[in-house]
Design a protein around this ligand. Sequence first.
Ligand code: NAG
Ligand code: NAG
Ligand code: NAG
Ligand code: NAG
Ligand code: NAG
Ligand code: NAG
Ligand code: NAG
Ligand code: NAG
Length: 506
Amino acid sequence: MAKTPPELLERSPAGMASNHQLQRTMSLSFFSPKLSIYILAACVTLFVIFHIQSLQTPPDSSSSWYSCSLDLMRHGRRISNTTTAATTSAEEVISSPSTCNYTNELNALRDKLRQSVTFLPLKDLRYAHAALVGHTWFMSSMYDAHDEEGEVQYQRFPSPSSSGRLLCLKGRDNHDGSWNSYALAWPDALPHNVTLMTSLSFISYNHYNYDNIWHGLSAVMPFVAWHMKNSCVNPERWVLYHWGEIRSRMGVWLASLMEATFGGPPYVEVFDGVEEGSAICFEKAVVMRHNEGGMSRDQRMEVYELMRCKARAYCNVSSEELDHRRRKIGMTLLMRTGPRSFKNESAVIGIFERECAKVDGCRLMVAYSNNLTFCDQVKVMSMTDILVSPHGAQLTNLFLMDRNSSVMEFFPKGWLKLAGVGQFVFHRMASWSGMRHHGAWRDPNGELCEYSEDDRRCMSLYKNAKIGYNETYFSEWSRNILDQVKTRKMEEASKDPALTSNGCIC
Ligand SMILES: *[C@@H]1O[C@H](CO)[C@@H](O)[C@H](O)[C@H]1NC(C)=O
Ligand SMILES: *[C@@H]1O[C@H](CO)[C@@H](O)[C@H](O)[C@H]1NC(C)=O
Ligand SMILES: *[C@@H]1O[C@H](CO)[C@@H](O)[C@H](O)[C@H]1NC(C)=O
Ligand SMILES: *[C@@H]1O[C@H](CO)[C@@H](O)[C@H](O)[C@H]1NC(C)=O
Ligand SMILES: *[C@@H]1O[C@H](CO)[C@@H](O)[C@H](O)[C@H]1NC(C)=O
Ligand SMILES: *[C@@H]1O[C@H](CO)[C@@H](O)[C@H](O)[C@H]1NC(C)=O
Ligand SMILES: *[C@@H]1O[C@H](CO)[C@@H](O)[C@H](O)[C@H]1NC(C)=O
Ligand SMILES: *[C@@H]1O[C@H](CO)[C@@H](O)[C@H](O)[C@H]1NC(C)=O
């Protein structure tokens, strides 16, 4: 009797199966599953008691550590394969003071777990040549989770996929990411001398930088998406990495947008209070390292929608202003200074001024992105239906316009052939944020390059060149778009204005 049940248990893969076998072996009418579990539990209990008594010498403080440890492991394996009921009763036996005192042992095991926490470099140089494709060199041993297809790719700690472990970092270096490191640790076996950072932390990896408004926005987009999906929960802090090196700030525009979106200025953690070489662990962490990659168009649209809504509320863009503009057409020339500015601004402004004047209700604004505050930009964009601007980071503001607004973009000579796919970012961004990109004008004229025109070496010459104009082309193009926008606005004005709600989702 004492021997049969354990054998059964070892052979059967699950509790239910062993119940069946048990019933068959006993060949009697134990049909109630509850009853079977009780019997099973009783058998296991008897077995365990028998086993302990027969194998162990009476508890003796000098030798018990070793035998108790063996015993714990052997039983532990068996117990984990039986039903819950059996586990409970067997645990009771094991923790009974009459047999072994496992406190020391558990502490020793916990200490081993603590010491086995292994830190790996944040930046894995094996992937340096392919930092942007597929996998990533940042926390390279980790895989991302998607909740659903078309959602952000992210990692959450603790989570079932981290087996309940927290993310820990030794990550203060701002010069070389391979000096920074990460590890996972169970909350009850954190490394020695660790600092625990409570509440939620957002940990961002960006291949570019947090000062450029386009690249910075790409890096924070998935956090906003995650925030929307998780009952609008706000982070306590941000930890920003670039190539595994810690960064202490976001650009002003990005920080303002995050302040607007999350209802408070972002706190960027740089671990100043933490001793050199000692680790910090995060109570809860969300890690993003693919920018907005993996997000569907719908999800991007929702994220832009929320940020637009929050930014307007934060900047006090009043609903009267918004209402007023429903009856106007706002055309904005968003100018750059220096690289990729127009060679002859007054000529360009003149062309758009003339075309705008021909359309009833059209209002032309000329703004310089370099000396506008964040809220100035939000206000200008909320008054804009047609954004006219050279290619450049200032175009990132386009998502702050009302949905279905128009974008006209301008490039210097040479970009189409030499600048790669990056030149189409605002085309894509317009589509992702629900705007209409009306193509680009590409200057056919420019500086002469000493190599052939499609030689990559010419790009250094073209990259920051200035942009000319073609009066005929600009006039026709803007007339055409003003026409389309006028028609659209008339259709929209005839709709019920109550349909446009002013509440933000979060
Ligand atoms: C139970 O035992 C079987 C066979 O020994 C093993 O394959 C399985 O992983 C065990 N299950 C658990 C939860 O330990
Ligand atoms: C087990 O050992 C620990 C440390 O030696 C002791 O503090 C604890 O009281 C003991 N527990 C029992 C139930 O004997
Ligand atoms: C923890 O920190 C203290 C004081 O800085 C130090 O004396 C001790 O050795 C550290 N312990 C470990 C395990 O590193
Ligand atoms: C918006 O209005 C509130 C209350 O009137 C004021 O406290 C806040 O400073 C204003 N914000 C901006 C950006 O002007
Ligand atoms: C800019 O264009 C205007 C109007 O076509 C012209 O009068 C002016 O001379 C131009 N300025 C420069 C610096 O070329
Ligand atoms: C903004 O910058 C432009 C170009 O540098 C300049 O012409 C304009 O006067 C500036 N505006 C303000 C308000 O500083
Ligand atoms: C944008 O345009 C599309 C297609 O014309 C229309 O279905 C949609 O309602 C418009 N969206 C807004 C917010 O006006
Ligand atoms: C200006 O644009 C018009 C209309 O697209 C085109 O016919 C003309 O050749 C262009 N002029 C120059 C100098 O490129």
